[in-house]
Design a protein around this ligand. Structure first.
Ligand SMILES: [Zn+2]
Length: 411
């Protein structure tokens, strides 16, 4: 079904434009964009029974954006509780469906899943492809490379040497991953280790990244603080995840190596604030580590931003919280426009997908319409009106449902 959408204001992934404007979609892609003609026949609203969904929001206080990208999620994970690491895969798979749907409802049409146990991320992608459920476009890393017994060992491939790392990357590539994920340091919730402890040695990081790049795969490193941050950057990872504390030398190294920074401010706040998800709150030890991280994180973001390091929005395991991450990036010094780029065009560049995160003709028709103007106040992202994935409406607010707009079955 084609789609024609008229809006009074848009953010195209790079900049805002305040003018009535019509976007047309065909075959899942943005077909053309025009300065809007006046509404035909006074027919605002959906044209029921027409194969073309024609929605005129030109007189509403609404903004059209590309569908958002959450560049750091784990759809199989919702909290730090070790007991949930033992859950049966069927239950985890159902939670993943719910979590993917929460992302869509928040306007997130693409996620990069940076680690899942047991091939669940690949199975979820197959379920989406088979039409069993509707969820965001899924870029996946499969099982991360971890130190034996280290951070995220429950879902990782343990590697103790450069040869292990090369074998693990080859196995991941054979399993069809889009990214290679490395747990360079411990984390807020690692039992028996300080969060800043380096866990994968320099030589292992270098071997893994070189092997990934030789296979045409980008690499992402979980590195929260301490020497593992620099080691990951110098090893050549494409994105540095978390980076709760970054020194001036770390930031200079990121700038020199073209490293993208995905700070995941959301997870620090979530753990520091002891948010309960799926029946579990972070343990006191993780809360204390998160409060320490919180004290330096905004400074790290400010410093990287000032140095021109690309910053991309990611949340970790609070699904549908990307609007919060965008607001936290603004609180850390990005302008609303820069923070929205971090969740659209800059994220798409990290994913090497110029057809995402943009409203340009030919791009995938992944769209978000929100009430209000997020360029003035990014909190407007919390009020989605319409979410479109590949040209299909996958979520709409009750106000639009009353006008005859319907999300496709399974969404
Ligand atoms: Zn993560």
């Amino acid at each position: 079904m084609g789609l024609r959408l008229t809006v009074p204001r848009r953010f195209d992934g790079l900049a805002a434009h305040a003018a009535r404007w019509t976007l047309r979609v065909a075959d899942g892609r943005i077909a053309a964009v025009d300065a809007a003609a006046p509404a035909a026949g006074g027919g605002a609203g959906a044209v029921v029974g027409d194969p073309l969904l024609d929605l005129d929001l030109g007189d509403e206080d609404a903004t059209l954006l590309p569908g958002l990208v959450d560049a750091h999620v784990h759809l199989a994970i919702t909290n730090t509780d070790p007991a949930t690491r033992e859950l049966p895969p069927g239950l985890l798979a159902l939670r993943m469906l719910r979590n993917g749907h929460a992302q869509l409802r928040a306007g997130v049409t693409t996620v990069r899943d940076l680690g899942a146990p047991d091939g669940l991320d690949e199975q979820l992608r197959r379920a989406y492809a088979e039409g069993l459920a509707t969820g965001p476009r899924l870029f996946r890393a499969g099982r991360p490379l971890v130190a034996p017994g280290g951070h995220a060992a429950f879902m990782g491939q343990p590697v103790a040497s450069p040869d292990d790392a090369r074998r693990a990357v080859a196995a991941a590539a054979a399993a069809g991953v889009d990214w290679v994920k490395l747990m360079a340091t411990a984390g807020l919730s690692t039992a028996g280790a300080e969060a800043s402890e380096q866990q994968l040695p320099d030589a292992v990081l270098r071997a893994a990244v070189a092997e990934a790049h030789a296979a045409g795969l980008p690499a992402a490193a979980h590195a929260v603080a301490g020497p593992g941050v620099r080691a990951a950057i110098l090893a050549g990872v494409d994105s540095l995840e978390h980076g709760y504390a970054l020194g001036a030398d770390d930031v200079a190294a990121m700038r020199d190596h073209g490293t993208t920074y995905v700070p995941t401010r959301t997870v620090v706040r979530q753990v520091a604030d002891a948010l309960e998800i799926d029946g579990s709150r972070p343990p006191a030890r993780a809360q204390a580590a998160a409060r320490l991280a919180d004290a330096t994180h905004a400074d790290a973001i400010r410093r990287a931003h000032a140095a021109g390091v690309p910053i991309v929005a990611g949340t970790d395991y609070q699904h549908g919280a990307l609007p919060l991450e965008v607001a936290l990036l603004v609180a850390a010094g990005l302008t609303p426009t820069e923070a929205l780029r971090a969740a659209t065009s800059v994220a798409a560049r990290l994913l090497r997908r110029p057809d995402l995160g943009t409203l340009a003709p030919g791009a995938r028709a992944d769209l978000l319409v929100v009430c209000g103007d997020p360029l003035r106040d990014v909190r407007a992202l919390r009020a989605p009106l319409l979410v479109v994935l590949g040209g299909a409406v996958v979520w709409c607010a009750p106000a639009l449902a009353r006008r005859g707009v319907a999300a496709r079955p399974g969404a």
